[in-house]
Design a protein around this ligand. Sequence first.
Ligand SMILES: [Zn+2]
Ligand SMILES: [Zn+2]
Ligand SMILES: [Zn+2]
Length: 255
Amino acid sequence: MQLTMLGVGSSAGTPVVGCLCDTCRSSDNRNHRTRCSSVIELDNGKTILIDTGPDLRQQALREGLSQVDAVLYTHTHADHIHGIDDLRAFCQIQRTQIPLYGSPEAMMHIADKFGYTLREVGNFWDLPILKTNPVKATFYLFDQLITPIPVKHGNSDIYGYRIGNIAYITDVSMIPETSFDLLKGVDILLLDCLRYTAHYSHINLEQSLAYAGQIGAKSTYLIHMTHDMEYSTLSSQLPDNVFVGYDGLRLQLPM
Ligand SMILES: [Zn+2]
Ligand SMILES: [Zn+2]
Ligand SMILES: [Zn+2]
């Protein structure tokens, strides 16, 4: 199994439009962050995308991504969903409908705001051809066990996901006690780490490191960062098994 970080930026991305701070002007590509998304390639060749942010097209071009067999949605904020129309490129290549998975609320939101994408395969390929699948518990996708991890994102109840021994938890302010059971024994954790200071709907660095310690993955990668987080500075402040994610980072994973 291979995971590629398509984007590890917060909703504004880095550089932030109009900002002249050191991170935004940095020549280190690891400080250039598109909106948050990752893609997982299973050993059987199937490709599972997590969220469809507004940078999906650029991310796909950058990483040579030409196949998406399913999408897992964490939640429906604009920075995680507004690239949904770009899924049509994959429908056109594959000549298939792409299944979407997420909470019943997330699936209803997609039907409400992007209803034109929910279509059956026909002769017209200029629109996405998608299908919503509400999930509330562990399910199999392409023979891979996938577990939604309920977490709090401010006042919203959203999902992280466990895919085999990887967990992906973006946009979180609180992980409920019951969700820790679902995270036991993960090897790799991707975890929200918005900034240094507190935020009502995201964990900050201190909270992120505390959760990373509590979950106890072999390696934790920080994602969904604002321009407050400069790659080298932040890297020097982390324990040995915690790393700063960056766009394009690839991880090989044991099944
Ligand atoms: Zn977000
Ligand atoms: Zn900046
Ligand atoms: Zn969000």
